[in-house]
Write a protein that binds this ligand. Structure first.
Ligand code: PMP
Length: 316
């Protein structure tokens, strides 16, 4: 798929007129400041969020999906008809499915049946093969099913393995971290991120600590195993993703579903930011932390937008 910004007879010879979404619309997202929600903070404290819903397929996971697929293609693990397969709670799958169509890679996704209907509909629209697994076995059960399928037919599949593939966290080490470092003029003091695979926090956190070891890296986690905040993990009871590096994490803030929903509602109604539940969780933690500071720049990540959650009871 290519989109022409100016269609002229010479377009096919002049590639500067051609938008390549896979290359140009993933990453380099803006940093938005939560000015209204920060009103009661100390005047020297600012809270900002990376607007990751502006990535091509609508979430932070475009970054990981792009780097995982490009690395596999470069290493010859994909591209000879192998199907990319992975377990996903939705967003990584949407990233794979989008990139898969653009780069001609067939995609199979194994996903818990209780993810939002919007995610399933989007993936069907993008033509990915979907295998829905019982809600009771969760994402860890879906991971097990992928492992069995790959073990049975190793030549058919490339296991993208977002939970164990270093190309996931390296996408954030190479891009998300440097972007935040530059966008804050090297002034960031705290980085707050919700943890799913741990790719965002590990890659971004590692880069930021290398620039300035005083930057505090704070993880956001749900309060219980069946927490209802899609895309993030309760690490105390879940399989800890191999790419998650706890050594760079200084603190953890626990957020529950009600807090995430309330904050998602406040973000849309007070800031005009229609974002998802994990963004609500991230903002809850970032603002809680900011309340304890006299000065600083707290940066968090809003992983996706609110459209995929409209069927839930958040804004009703
Ligand atoms: N929020 C949402 C909505 C997600 O889909 C994900 C990815 N599973 C995350 C947060 C966490 O990102 P990461 O996998 O990089 O830890």
């Amino acid at each position: 798929m290519v989109l022409h910004t100016h269609v002229t007879p010479e377009t096919h010879q002049h590639s500067e007129n051609v938008w390549n979404p896979h290359n140009e619309s993933i990453g380099n997202t803006p940093l938005v400041e939560l000015t209204n929600l920060s009103k009661n903070l100390s005047p020297n404290v600012r809270v900002m969020a990376k607007a990751e819903w502006l990535n091509l397929s609508g979430s932070v996971k475009d970054r990981a999906a792009k780097n995982i697929i490009e690395t596999a293609l470069a290493e010859g693990k994909l591209g000879n008809g192998q199907r990319l397969i992975d377990a996903t709670s939705g967003n990584t799958g949407i990233g794979y499915a989008t990139a898969g169509k653009m780069l001609n890679v067939p995609v199979t996704l194994v996903m818990p049946e209780n993810v939002s209907q919007e995610r399933i509909m989007i993936l069907r629209a993008l033509g990915a093969e979907l295998i829905l697994t019982p809600a009771a076995i969760g994402i860890d059960g879906a991971i097990g099913i992928v492992q069995d399928m790959v073990a049975k037919e190793p030549d058919k599949y490339f296991h993208a393995d977002q939970y164990g593939n270093p190309a996931n966290w390296k996408a954030h080490y190479k891009h998300t971290g440097p972007e935040i470092w530059e966008q804050t003029n090297h002034q960031i003091t705290h980085f707050v991120a919700a943890v799913g695979t741990g790719g965002t926090i590990t890659g971004t956190g590692t880069f930021l600590k290398e620039q300035n070891p005083a930057i505090r890296i704070v993880s956001v986690q749900p309060d219980k195993p069946k927490h209802g905040i899609q895309g993030i993990k309760h690490l105390a009871t879940a399989i800890v993703p191999p790419i998650y590096n706890p050594d760079i994490v200084d603190d953890t803030i626990i957020v529950n579903l009600d807090q995430a929903k309330d904050m998602a509602r406040r973000l849309s109604q007070e800031e005009g930011l229609l974002v998802g539940l994990s963004a609500g969780a991230a903002a809850t933690a970032a603002l809680q932390l900011a309340e304890t500071l006299d000065e600083g720049i707290v940066v968090t990540v809003f992983p996706d937008g609110g459209f995929k959650y409209l069927s839930m009871d958040i804004w009703k």
